[in-house]
Design a protein around this ligand. Structure first.
Ligand SMILES: Cc1cc2nc3c(=O)[nH]c(=O)nc-3n(C[C@H](O)[C@H](O)[C@H](O)COP(=O)(O)OP(=O)(O)OC[C@H]3O[C@@H](n4cnc5c(N)ncnc54)[C@H](O)[C@@H]3O)c2cc1C
Length: 490
């Protein structure tokens, strides 16, 4: 790595001038009303004001921005579409936001080898649309896929309804280009998917922007399945639906998706533009999607029908055509948006439990919501054991807010006690850092911190995320970063 330049005094106007030189003044935002938009992501409970927001259009512009931040001893935070749900893209410590949305070109599609090279700002769903003509798609499909970027997906190791069969983002990333915090550029992995040495692509995927800025991504593409069947089974309650999921998995079947939507969510969806004719009287619905050769699907459908019936399903319908199938998915993927009807604020939790523990954990989660007098609904990736207990509330009511936070705390602890983890796909961000110690020992966290320090010894890329702030001294103590040498100028 090149030697650190001598830090210059931090003067906001100097910093802005340097950033303007890097990307041009029209793509450097520093007015208060412009910065307001970037104060939070999809988790609106946390906020922080950035020093500035830049919108680079190339890797070289990202390097120039990072160099300017380094020269002025100001941290930076990469950002995609800001749909994150863990406060990951927040500009802690007056950081500069590097918004990658204008780096949105699909650079190459190699149909023979089923790979594509994209810039980080490509919208997830746009990639699949662009390659459909070749019979290919990009499998990771977060419910936010109409808005979120592939750069953000890489940083969060995002999953989605089809994770059960296709895996999370990490299973689809072959190579990455990364601008390190010293403004140098590294290329990790290889388009073949095979690579000598450490799996650093694996380390960067899920690193939540703490190792640098991803500027190019080589992704694996998948063949669009020849046949897809989607079932909608209605249950009297969410626990019965969970039991049916358990039976499907125990039988060794691997559907493409197993998603549960509970009654509160159904009511919100059916009152919204995402209405898909879901049964309003049901306690829960289970969406089961199967894909593969038609001849293999029919026997699976019959077995799944039997499992659903055994656990009390009152109706089991198979989507009649592609239009109806798409309506089911629109309802599922629009569910968080539809919940905006219930209250001004929504806290989307994200935790994973072993699938066999789903029924009992769901019962406890609902009991916790009731005990705190909260409106709690569930819509989740049941096949992965990935729960999303959603609490609708009004943050202007301090008492309600306190109950929301206390209930969230209990829910996370209950999932960990059941053998689970504190996040399935939304990341730790600034939301769950104090919970990291529930699943990792000091030694585990120290190993992770040392990995981070190998990429970012000064802790300037997305500071104050993932690790508990109280214990990660290099993060919370400016002296540990060498900033003690920087004279502050008001
Ligand atoms: C309605 C809704 C539904 C959702 N459903 C799902 C779901 O099904 N599955 C799921 O996994 N998530 C889901 N999410 C969460 C969110 O959409 C994902 O985490 C997504 O990957 C974030 O992408 P983004 O472009 O918005 O990233 P941002 O929110 O902008 O950033 C997220 C993180 O990525 C980092 N980052 C962004 N770009 C880069 C880059 N170029 N280099 C390095 N780091 C970078 C940021 O620093 C931050 O830490 C949902 C969110 C919403 C609002």
């Amino acid at each position: 790595m090149p030697a650190s330049p001598e830090p210059q005094p931090v003067r906001p106007s100097d910093l802005i001038a340097a950033l303007e030189r890097a990307v041009g003044s029209e793509r450097c935002l520093s007015r208060l009303e412009q910065l307001l938009v970037y104060e939070c992501d999809g988790l609106t409970l946390h906020s922080a004001k950035p020093a500035a927001v830049v919108l680079p259009r190339s890797r070289d512009e990202v390097c120039a921005v990072v160099a300017a931040c380094r020269m002025h001893a100001v941290p930076f935070v990469p950002r995609g579409a800001g749909t994150g749900l863990s406060g990951g893209a927040l500009a802690n410590e007056g950081a500069v936001v590097i918004e990658c949305s204008q780096m949105n070109r699909i650079l190459d599609v190699d149909v023979d080898n089923r790979i594509a090279v994209v810039e980080p700002g490509v919208i997830n769903a746009d990639l699949s649309s662009a390659i459909a003509e070749f019979g290919l798609f990009y499998a990771p499909d977060p419910s936010s896929q109409l808005a979120c970027t592939i750069g953000g997906n890489v940083a969060e190791n995002s999953g989605g309804p089809h994770t059960l069969k296709y895996g999370t983002t990490t299973n689809h990333i072959l190579a990455l280009e990364l601008v390190l915090p010293d403004a140098s550029v590294v290329e990790l992995g290889s388009p073949t998917g095979m690579s000598a040495g450490y799996d650093l692509v694996g380390a960067v995927v899920g690193s939540e922007g703490t190792l640098g800025v991803v500027t190019k991504i080589t992704v694996r593409l998948s063949a669009i399945p020849v046949c897809v069947e989607t079932l909608l089974a209605s249950f009297p309650d969410v626990v019965s639906a969970c039991r049916a999921v358990g039976s499907v998995i125990e039988a060794g079947l691997v559907p493409a998706a197993l998603e549960i939507i509970d009654s509160r969510t159904i009511a919100a969806v059916e009152a919204s533009v995402y209405a898909a004719g879901l049964p309003k009287e049901a306690g829960a619905v289970l969406i089961v999607e199967l894909d593969g050769p038609a001849v293999a699907l029919e026997p699976q459908i019959e077995r799944i029908r039997a499992f659903c019936a055994q656990h009390g399903a009152v109706a089991i319908d198979v989507a009649e055509d592609e239009q109806q199938r798409q309506r089911f998915w629109l309802a599922r993927k629009g569910a968080f948006g539809a919940m905006g009807r219930l209250a001004p604020d929504l806290y989307v939790h994200d935790a994973v439990v072993p699938r066999s523990r789903l029924p009992e954990v769901l019962e406890r989660v609902c009991e916790i919501g009731d005990r705190y007098g909260l409106t709690l609904s569930n819509v989740f990736h049941a096949g992965d054991g990935n729960l999303h207990p959603n609490i609708s509330f009004d943050r202007r009511d301090p008492d309600e807010l306190e109950r929301v936070l206390a209930a969230g705390n209990e829910i996370l602890r209950c999932c960990v006690e059941a053998g689970g983890v504190i996040t399935g796909e939304h990341g730790v961000g600034s939301e769950k850092q104090e919970y990291l110690g529930l699943v990792f020992s000091e030694a585990d966290m120290d190993a992770m911190k040392r990995l981070r320090a190998a990429f970012d010894p000064d802790g300037v890329s997305n500071p104050g995320k993932i690790f508990p702030t109280t214990r990660f001294c290099a993060e919370s103590n400016p002296k540990a970063r060498g900033y003690d040498r920087v004279p502050l100028v008001e």
